[in-house]
Design a protein around this ligand. Structure first.
Ligand code: DGL
Length: 263
């Protein structure tokens, strides 16, 4: 039987926010993470480009031993092309994406007045709108087309704060729940907290996605990890990045990890 190795995929550093939650819930899991920094950001690309990059990213994880995948990128999750997965022999049942777990988290809370913010590609795909519609919940959506790239490029916090503030201001009073529909956004969650009115709850999907991974991937093969103290993490990036390295050492300093730049 193939060893269990959870693959985590993002365009860059955003998926690290999901990986943090996975490590909290499944500390013994062995992980391989691919950040496609050479092609980041994804959020301004066409659905066809994102679909193709996503399948190549998944394939890279599988070629490097991943037995299952968490698509820790909303823009990728919104543009997964099932027939492409099939032609690359990637099984959809071995993939967890961001949208389903996020929408399901609100099934008991249909009165929430939601503002969902994400990349342009995610909003344009309509995937969250359709998901919430199936719960009969109307949501407002707002694309922040430049924010993920600006975070990845180490834009100063005052500039990011202004960008977030300008975008959100006109929605004040119209929502009580802000969903961070891009995994880069929790990297600057403090800037969001400074920009939203009191009483608004911020929902970061990372935790519910990690719970889904725990539920689907941990059993029935968890015995493999039973005798281990801690799992290992192998990071692969398609382009070197100081920001990525800084975030990895900030979040995972107590983990056994390696970083490889595979161009
Ligand atoms: N972190 C990703 C997301 O959740 C991608 C952001 C980007 O590359 O534009 O959408």
């Amino acid at each position: 039987m193939q060893n269990k190795l959870i693959g985590v995929f993002d365009s860059g550093s955003g998926g690290l926010t999901v990986l943090c939650e996975i490590k909290k819930l499944i500390p013994k899991a062995d992980i391989i993470y691919f950040g496609d920094l050479k092609n980041a950001p994804y959020g301004n690309k066409s659905p066809e480009e994102i679909g193709a990059l996503t399948v190549l990213g998944f394939q890279k994880l599988i070629n490097n031993g991943a037995s299952e995948i968490v698509s820790a990128c909303n823009s990728a999750s919104a543009n997964i092309v099932l027939p492409l997965l099939d032609s690359f022999k990637i099984k959809p049942e071995n993939i967890i994406e961001m949208v389903g777990p996020t929408v399901r988290a609100f099934s008991e809370n249909r009165d929430a007045r939601i503002l969902l913010i994400a990349t342009e590609a995610t909003i344009k795909s309509g995937i969250y709108q359709n998901g919430f519609q199936s719960l009969h919940v109307d949501i407002q959506t707002l694309a922040l087309p430049h924010l993920a790239g600006a975070i990845e490029n180490k834009t100063s916090h005052p500039a990011l704060l202004a960008m977030i503030g300008d975008a959100l201001e006109k929605y004040n009073g119209t929502y009580d729940t802000l969903i961070l529909g891009c995994t880069h956004f929790p990297l600057v969650i403090d800037l969001f907290k400074r920009n939203i009115p009191g009483g608004v709850t911020i929902f970061d999907p990372a935790e519910v996605v990690a719970r889904e991974a725990q539920k689907l991937f941990l059993l029935p093969n968890s015995r493999e990890w039973a005798n281990k103290e801690k799992g290992s993490i192998r990071f692969i990036i398609s382009k070197d990045s100081d920001f990525f390295r800084e975030k990895v050492s900030e979040f995972f300093s107590s983990e056994n990890y390696t970083i490889d730049v595979l161009k």
